[in-house]
Design a protein around this ligand. Structure first.
Ligand code: ADP
Ligand code: MG
Length: 172
């Protein structure tokens, strides 16, 4: 069914386990903002590209102290200064019920293959899905889960770097 593509979606808070427990932060997107074709996908791990867009909203502002004085940024300005120019980046998508954690509702979470300097809650993300890596598995240990997540990341990195997949960056 690939490629599948979304519109810009919100990035919402999950349980905060991604970075804290697994060392792999995942940007969670609300499933009700996704097309049916994506919501109909089997639980599992997929790969594609994502574009993160800062939202320049007036209400959302961030205060930081620089050289002894308080500077107020709009959230969008803050985000791009903190993270640099946000390009179209490779990502791994988990469509899951996270059986390891005993959840019974579905989550859609993107791990972007980029070392961000700051969180980007409140930003928007648009992504495409270009392929399937594996079904969701029920791990008995956290270590086995982390090991497979790292294999997923290697597969996505390798495949997305090839010219035939690079062409799909232009879709976003
Ligand atoms: P939550 O449960 O709230 O999703 P996580 O521990 O999964 O918490 O962290 C997700 C947040 O981390 C994202 O919403 C984003 O703001 C930030 N983040 C930082 N680096 C990345 C990355 N490489 N990929 C995805 N999210 C990242
Ligand atoms: Mg997450």
């Amino acid at each position: 069914p690939f490629p599948l593509v979304t519109e810009y979606c919100d990035i919402v808070s999950g349980f905060g386990r991604g970075s804290a427990e697994l060392g792999v932060p995942t940007a969670n997107v609300p499933i009700e903002q996704l097309p049916k074709s994506i919501n109909d996908l089997d639980l599992g791990v997929y790969f594609g590209f994502a574009h993160i867009r800062a939202v320049d909203s007036e209400e959302a502002s961030v205060e930081t102290r620089q050289e002894g004085r308080t500077v107020t940024y709009s959230y969008g300005q803050y985000l791009s200064e903190a993270n640099g120019d946000l390009d179209v980046l490779p990502m791994v998508l988990s469509v899951g019920k996270n059986p390891f954690y005993g959840n019974d509702f579905k989550t859609m979470e993107l791990h972007v293959l980029h070392d961000f300097k700051n969180d980007f809650y409140g930003a928007k993300v648009k992504f495409n899905i270009l392929g399937h890596i594996r079904p969701e598995l029920n791990y008995t240990t956290k270590e086995a889960l982390i090991k497979d997540i790292n294999i997923d990341i290697k597969i996505a990195q390798t495949v997305l770097a090839t010219p035939s997949y690079q062409a799909y960056k232009r879709q976003l």
